[in-house]
Ligand binder design. Structure first.
Ligand SMILES: NC(=O)c1ccc[n+]([C@@H]2O[C@H](COP(=O)([O-])OP(=O)(O)OC[C@H]3O[C@@H](n4cnc5c(N)ncnc54)[C@H](O)[C@@H]3O)[C@@H](O)[C@H]2O)c1
Length: 345
């Protein structure tokens, strides 16, 4: 196959490049290192691009900005892709309020540019869109919770497996990031439902791995790990540090994309996170990393929670598993942390 990965120097994009290159496909990656513009030097992804260049066989990098509609269409007309994996984004909930136009142009309009180029030039291609659980805004916070010693959890047995795809996406507080991703999510569904393109929409929980250019505003677990190793102080923001996220390793994300590519269902939406098994609160993650590294992490606590932050978010993976029985989580949270510990600093 000829594969295009957008955001190819980022966490998920780089995992996609490595995977499809290993499988013998011809992979093009589009990334303009905009993560550095969003987050400063710590967000620079060039180290990851270098790593890919050295470890791949048939990978071509393009410094393409997905906001450039004409260049995107030219590329699609020229190359005729079989598979498009769209991971480029302004990925931070909190950053979006400072750059509302850039956030919307990258997340919503950039996605539309890619979908329309697919429709015009590569209509047979499979298109995978990496969406987010922030499309649900803070609606997941309406699920009744109970407070446990180290985490919040759902209080009703029927909620045990987490948030399903039928959670509502409007009349809820999203953040501007959540709103721009919701626009892209709905437009992507439409290219599947209205035009019949083979579009799959994956709403990520906490996506993680060793190849994140982690910063305070994005990449929770690898940022926490980075802080732990460097001896800096980690700031816990609100909810007593008991807020829960479900961590999924980037390889398990790509495995889900691979299954969808084999059997695409146009316009379908899936939650994709670590699920109940890989869920942990910030306090629990801190304790695990402390045990692994054998040292205390310095923390400080801010009582004011982030606007719209999820208190307990666990992705219900039943739909994904029902449609793709070969897919499952293969990297446990403990294994994710071990991989991070083994990665060079
Ligand atoms: N990491 C998470 O926890 C998480 C959770 C839910 C959803 N997501 C979504 O998954 C996708 C991938 O996330 P990630 O963690 O790999 O992010 P990332 O920031 O590591 O990767 C995104 C890449 O896109 C590039 N990029 C940004 N704007 C661009 C533009 N205009 N043109 C070309 N390239 C551009 C960046 O330079 C970066 O390398 C994003 O859509 C994000 O919203 C991530």
């Amino acid at each position: 196959m000829k594969v295009l990965v957008t955001g190819s120097s980022g966490l998920i994009g780089s995992e996609a490049v490595a995977h499809f290159d290993r499988e013998g496909h011809q992979v093009f990656g589009a990334d303009n290192n905009m993560r550095r513009e969003f987050f400063g030097p710590a967000g620079d992804t060039l180290w990851n691009l270098e790593r890919l260049k050295q470890s791949t066989r048939r990978f071509t990098h393009l410094t393409l900005d997905i906001r450039d509609r004409e260049k995107v269409l030219d590329l699609f007309k020229r190359e005729k892709f079989d598979l498009i994996i769209h991971c480029a984004a302004q990925p931070s909930h909190d950053k979006a309020k400072d750059i509302p136009f850039v956030d919307f142009d990258v997340n919503a309009v950039g996605t539309l540019n890619l979908l329309e180029a697919t429709r015009q030039a590569n209509p047979e291609a499979v298109f995978i869109f990496m969406s987010t659980n922030k499309v649900y805004g803070d609606a997941p916070n309406e699920v009744p919770l109970k407070e446990l010693p180290t985490r919040w959890d759902y209080s009703r047995p029927e909620d045990y497996h987490g948030i399903r795809e039928d959670c509502r996406i409007d009349r809820t507080l999203h953040s501007l990031f959540g709103a721009s991703k919701t626009a892209a999510d709905v437009v992507a569904q439409e290219y599947g439902r209205y035009f019949g393109l083979k579009v799959g929409v994956f709403r990520g929980g906490c996506l993680t791995g060793e190849h994140h250019s982690a910063v305070q505003l994005h990449g929770f677990l690898s940022y926490l790990f980075k802080v732990a190793r460097s001896g800096e102080t980690y700031t816990i923001i609100g909810y007593k540090g008991k807020q829960v996220r479900d961590q999924i390793h980037s390889t398990d994300v790509i495995a889900a994309f691979t299954e969808f590519t084999k059997n695409p269902r146009p316009g379908e939406v899936y939650n994709l996170g670590g699920g109940r098994g890989n869920s942990a609160s910030i306090l629990e993650c801190i304790a695990k990393i402390e045990a692994l590294l054998g040292k205390k992490i310095a923390t400080r606590y801010l009582d004011q929670n982030r606007v719209g932050d999820h208190i307990c978010y666990i992705s219900d993976l039943s739909k994904l598993k029902a449609h793709f029985p070969n897919w499952q989580i293969t990297v446990s949270l403990d294994r994710i942390l071990e991989k991070m510990a083994q990665a060079p600093m």
